[in-house]
Write a protein of this length. Structure first.
Length: 521
């Protein structure tokens, strides 16, 4: 148990460091990208990313299914079974990589469908390189999931940090010196390939029995379990892709690449925040998986409520400060011409909060491998999202606000209540309606806070406007959080916070004493 906690802490710390570095590098690279190539290429890059995410539906959730099934053999140190799962995984991912490559080549002549306005001949070459880069990653990257399942994701993130730095430096040099988008893409391809080869060798060293058992096959019943579990994830995978990866495609098709380029700057900040938050989530999944394997329902439910409250606090703090800070930051970063209005920013902040709240259900479903009827839910959700997004963008000319409204409506009507039902009723044998009402109530509280802060943002207090907005936002957040002071979840989080502060202070005191003793000597 102690080693599990230590690994979780190590995974979280390294993942957080990696995400912070990623954010810094991405902002730096995107700044150079905008000044070197312009807004249109930024929009093109975002569009290609979304198309490739749609093509990645062929992964079908096999990685998620196999990761879940590996928790038990890893816990039991069953090398034969682990090897069998990884052999199956390798073959599946080779097929997936070839599928993405084939689908990408078939779509290449049809790029005109996705771009409103003139399309340059070289765009086809850029897209082919994008496809090759995406497809090739599947041939080696499958081994990363073994590290994640075995709570060794810090090794994976160390690898990512090294190659992220190398890739970013080389891409910036190419942009500044050559101003070449093709060179930018080729650098990414080479770095991703070498990174995957290196992590593959590392896994072979840590798990030498994999090479000795490379011809072991899964039993038919185990294969059947993976296939059945994957079937449940297929629809969820497709639905999730349509929900999260079609905004730029809709905007590019009906509005143009220019608006996609402006939206890309907001999405960079949005994804940067979610990456940091998900560093906590991803590190917790393996721990929850091992906790679930103990089959202690009461303990799991207690942990669920604690994580839900933590995600509420994180969602409240990040969304409200995102709302206040994002436009001043973009104005300072790249200029006034790249700003959206208050309502668009409000909806972006609200989606940030919703995503964080729903992470609680996602953590437990991923850890338990519970995806029953997720396909039906996700397909319904994606249809709602796509329908409303197209209607709002095409008929009402709402542009970015239209796709955000479509996604928000989809979350509320099909996603949140269904995930709570699946997670609570099937996993904890607990009244799911109460938990669903609780989650909707928490989301509503955050929305009210966002509306209040948006109204305050419109007011002008001269030179004191910005600092007053920060202070008022902090007061509103603290008032809401401390309104829960009687709940056991609040007390738990407060104890964690106090322990963290004490640990930091103790380390500071010890460090200070070391310096003093060194000076005296």
């Amino acid at each position: 148990m102690d080693s599990r906690i230590n690994n979780t802490a190590k995974n979280t710390a390294v993942a957080l460091a990696y995400q912070i570095l990623t954010i810094f590098m991405r902002f730096f690279a995107q700044t150079i990208f905008i000044h070197s190539l312009g807004q249109t290429f930024l929009g093109l890059n975002g569009l290609f990313n979304n198309i490739l995410q749609v093509l990645a539906f062929s992964e079908l959730g096999i990685g998620t299914a196999i990761t879940y099934f590996m928790y038990e053999p890893l816990r039991e140190k069953n090398e034969i079974k682990i090897s069998a799962y990884m052999n199956f995984y390798r073959k599946a991912y080779i097929i997936i990589g070839l599928s993405i490559l084939s689908l990408g080549m078939l779509i290449t002549p049809c790029l005109t469908i996705f771009i409103s306005g003139k399309i340059e001949p070289e765009y086809y070459l850029y897209f082919v390189v994008f496809v090759i880069n995406s497809a090739s990653s599947y041939f080696f990257a499958y081994k990363r999931n073994l590290l994640i399942a075995d709570q060794r994701n810090y090794i994976n993130n160390f690898n990512n940090i090294i190659f992220l730095i190398a890739q970013t430096i080389l891409q910036i040099l190419v942009l500044v010196i050559l101003k070449s988008y093709l060179g930018y893409l080729l650098i990414q391809f080479v770095c991703v390939l070498i990174s995957n080869l290196q992590i593959s060798k590392k896994v072979d060293v840590l798990y030498p029995y994999l090479q000795n058992n490379e011809f072991i096959k899964l039993k038919k019943e185990d294969t059947r379990k993976i296939i059945n579990n994957t079937k449940e994830i297929v629809g969820a995978r497709i639905g999730g892709i349509v929900l999260n990866s079609t905004d730029n495609i809709v905007l590019s098709s009906f509005v143009g690449l220019g608006i996609v380029g402006v939206y890309a700057n907001y999405l960079l900040i949005f994804s940067s925040v979610t990456r940091i938050l998900q560093s906590f989530t991803n590190s917790v999944i393996a721990s929850v998986g091992h906790l679930v394997a103990e089959k202690n329902t009461q303990k799991s439910l207690l942990f669920f409520n604690r994580i839900l409250f933590i995600n509420f606090v994180l969602g409240l703090l990040t969304s409200t400060f995102f709302l206040v800070l994002i436009n001043p930051f973009i104005k300072l970063w790249i200029g006034q011409n790249y700003l959206f209005g208050n309502i668009v920013v409000l909806m972006l902040a609200f989606q940030l909060a919703i995503q964080q709240l729903r992470e609680t259900n996602q953590i437990f479903m991923a850890a338990r491998g519970v995806y029953r009827f997720q396909g039906i839910k996700s397909i319904a959700m994606s249809l709602v999202n796509l329908t409303f997004s197209v209607v709002f963008v095409y008929f009402f000319k709402l542009d970015v606000l239209g796709v955000l409204l479509g996604t928000t409506i989809a979350y509320f009507t099909t996603d949140i209540w269904f995930d709570v039902h699946q997670d609570i009723k099937n996993g904890f044998n607990h009244p799911w309606v109460k938990v669903a009402i609780k989650e909707y109530a928490l989301i509503a509280i955050i929305f009210v806070a966002l509306v209040m802060i948006t109204w305050i943002s419109i007011l002008n207090f001269g030179i004191f406007t910005f600092p007053l907005k920060i202070i008022i936002t902090a007061i509103i957040d603290m008032f809401i959080i401390f309104a829960f002071y009687k709940t056991p979840e609040f007390k738990y989080v407060l104890e964690l916070f106090i322990k963290l502060i004490k640990r930091i202070l103790n380390k500071w005191v010890n460090l200070k004493q070391c310096f003093i003793s060194d000076d005296m000597s």
